[in-house]
Design a protein around this ligand. Structure first.
Ligand SMILES: Nc1ncnc2c1ncn2[C@@H]1O[C@H](COP(=O)(O)OP(=O)(O)OP(=O)(O)O)[C@@H](O)[C@H]1O
Length: 663
């Protein structure tokens, strides 16, 4: 597959601006992938560039995912994207060379490779046996430019694993500490620097990036499976033989690969480890987002790596976030690119049906008449992750004119996606909308990204997808072979509307039917609910005077329904004494309070979370991140240990909370 077209090389080069530049890089096929699928396999990633003549001078590109003919049509915007056939040398000349001049004239710069596992980050930053990485190419250039400029070049290599920083040049060193001096400048205590005078010397030193490591007792250490690795290039004046007088720094960071932590990892990484790694990736992405949106507070303290790099990020420094993309179907790549795209705020990401469907693409909780739009069984809300993924900005597909791909499919027109600010806050009971067209408008009440409207189509709704009578308020009467067009709108006031019209026109032949899937799920949920509802309650026999009296009714406690012999009954519990009743019921109250508290942690906004004693800004942020990882991270009180609270602290917290009820 030849991805290049004359247009694909039409890079204007990076604008030297202080916002973080978000650039994509599609990895080349590995030999194995070549063997398995062949070069003429269907393309999964397509880069669309605006035409030169187009009024949009931002030069941004859109990346779409999905084979021609497939239903997946995720489209995201980045500052630029390098194709499979554009190797490290091309990326270096376009992205890194301009930054070297900046560093030599007094600024700091960082090139951060971010992506799913196996997306080519290491290949890009560290290089391989036969291809130099960006780091080595930069060192060669820096050495050549500083030769006659009375500058000395020092390097530091480090690894960040589970929020601990290790010096790779001197593995005997204890952990590197990130300290702040009296002027608020970051100091890295314990990170060694080595002077570099030639590229071969650099290659020798860089072996520590992948060399096996040993403990102080000389026993081999288990290498972390997923960690961040970095190089700091310090450019100091020649009289600074230690390179310690605040030299300018160029960072190269090969981030740990993103992997959905709910998937069991192939290499035995535990859920907690994986969550921590992803948390540190979110920390980077949150800093990038905050820098690009000029937020007052940049959350450097959210992660060790961000704290460590703080001096090189923001201000007049330059950062390139190189988002590495797998060239074959990879859910994690979609997620990564969606997060990267959200930081390209100047035009906002363009999102389409599959992005909408994916629970990963916004952190908003969307409820459809109290029933999940999609998502897991028994989950009352479908949680979509990716903070601020939907920006307030508008984007229209018509901006995209030129498709740089071998297959040249037109995702926009086929997808019929539009962004609108129109607002629909109506319910299905609103007769004016349930008109002859059969329009159906559903509403949800949670905070919803603004200005997003999407049109998708579904076809052939099956009979079994029809909701039972209990779902009458949805007013859906699915027909076999009916053609349905639905419009989902996200208005500004935080509600979502789903309009649906019976239309026998313009069926998207490749579009999946999201509404039908959702309705099927609603149906299934209702059936489950119906199945678990007791048909009748067996009351105590009248002959038993003690149980039959009105007085003793207060002594009975309904328990979970049992369905042993097919007959659904409600078990009746009789208390033998007021003490027993009081004891049992107060533990019930306690469990209820715990459950309410966990529900609160699973759903509350950041502001609400910080109202709870013991939850500060940082912990609230982490809770939100955990919720991005899993829709309901807190199922038991023990789960609170995940946010750094000890069992004792959790107990204290609950005791205080119970005490507050009487204040
Ligand atoms: N441009 C490329 N052309 C061909 N093969 C590549 C290219 N980039 C990477 N590869 C191959 O893809 C595989 C994964 O690459 P790499 O190790 O760089 O990914 P990674 O993102 O660093 O992975 P991880 O997240 O696990 O560290 C390797 O076998 C590498 O040789």
């Amino acid at each position: 597959m030849d991805l290049s077209t004359p247009d694909s090389n039409r890079h204007a080069g990076p604008r030297i601006s202080c916002r973080v530049r978000i650039v994509g890089k599609i990895r080349g096929f590995t030999e194995q992938e070549n063997e398995l699928s062949g070069r003429d396999s269907k393309q999964w990633v397509t880069v669309c560039r605006p035409k030169e003549s187009h009024s949009d001078s931002s030069g941004k590109v859109t990346i779409s995912f999905g084979n021609e003919g497939s239903s997946r049509k995720d489209v995201y915007e980045l500052d630029n994207c390098y194709q499979q056939d554009e190797d490290n040398a091309v990326v270096f000349s376009k992205e890194v060379t301009p930054l070297i001049s900046e560093v030599l004239s007094g600024r700091n710069a960082s090139i951060i490779a971010y992506g799913a596992r196996g997306s080519g980050k290491t290949h890009t930053i560290q290089g391989s046996v036969d291809k130099q990485g960006l780091a080595a190419l930069a060192i060669a250039e820096i050495l050549s430019q500083t030769k006659d400029a009375k500058k000395a070049v020092f390097v530091s290599f480090y690894e960040v694993f589970q929020d601990h920083i290790y010096d790779l040049l001197d593995p005997n060193h204890p952990e590197v500490q990130v300290l702040e001096d009296s002027q608020g400048k970051i100091k890295l205590k314990g990170l060694s620097k080595a002077a570099v005078d030639s590229i071969s010397h650099f290659h020798d030193l860089s072996a520590c990036w992948s060399a096996p490591r040993y403990s102080v007792q000389k026993t081999p250490l288990q290498m972390p499976k997923r960690s961040h690795k970095g190089l700091m290039v310090h450019i100091a004046s020649t009289d600074d033989i230690q390179g310690s007088k605040c030299p300018n720094v160029m960072n190269f960071v090969d981030l740990a690969g993103y992997e959905d932590s709910r998937r069991s990892s192939k290499d035995g990484i535990t859920l907690t480890e994986s969550t921590r790694i992803n948390k540190s990736l979110y920390a980077i992405m949150n800093v990038v987002y905050a820098l690009n949106t000029n937020e007052k507070r940049v959350p450097y303290r959210e992660g060790k790596l961000t704290r460590m790099l703080q001096e090189s990020l923001g201000g007049s420094n330059h950062v390139v976030l190189l988002t590495c993309l797998n060239p074959i179907l990879c859910q994690d790549t979609l997620y990564v690119v969606s997060l990267a795209s959200r930081s390209c705020q100047s035009a906002g990401p363009i999102l389409t049906s599959s992005a909408m469907k994916s629970k990963k693409h916004t952190n908003q909780q969307v409820r459809l008449m109290g029933t999940p739009l999609s998502g897991k069984k028994n989950n009352s809300a479908c949680k979509l992750t990716g903070r601020k993924l939907f920006s307030e900005r508008k984007a229209t597909i018509s901006k995209q004119d030129d498709v740089t791909s071998a297959t040249k499919f037109k995702p926009f027109s086929e997808n019929a996606s539009t962004i609108t600010s129109s607002f629909h806050k109506k319910t299905s009971q609103d007769k004016s909308n349930s008109d002859s067209s059969g329009a159906l408008i559903l509403s949800a009440e949670n905070e919803i990204p603004s200005a997003f409207k999407e049109t998708v189509s579904c076809k052939n709704m099956e009979k079994d997808a029809s909701p039972p009578n209990k779902a009458k308020d949805l007013e859906v009467t699915p027909e076999v072979h009916c053609d349905i067009k639905e419009t989902i709108s996200f208005p500004d006031d935080g509600t979502v509307g789903v309009e649906k019209k019976n239309e026998h026109v313009n069926i998207d032949k490749v579009g999946s039917p999201p509404l039908s899937a959702r309705l099927r799920e609603i149906t299934n949920n209702l059936r489950l609910l119906e199945a678990s509802t007791p048909l009748h309650i067996l009351m105590p026999k009248q002959s038993d005077a003690s149980q039959g009296s009105l007085e003793s009714c207060d002594n009975i406690e309904p328990k979970t329904p049992k369905t042993e012999t097919g007959e659904r009954t409600l078990e009746i519990v009789k208390y033998t004494s007021p003490w027993e009743r009081f004891h049992t019921r107060s533990s019930g109250v306690k469990n209820c309070l715990v459950q309410e508290y966990l529900n609160f942690l699973n759903t509350a906004s950041k502001d609400e979370l910080t109202r709870i004693q013991g939850i500060g800004e940082k912990r609230a942020t982490y809770i939100l991140e955990l919720r991005e990882e899993s829709p309901e991270p807190f199922k038991r009180l023990e789960d609170l240990q995940e946010v750094g609270l000890s069992a004792k602290e959790v107990n204290g917290l609950m005791r205080r909370m119970a005490g507050q009820l009487f204040n």
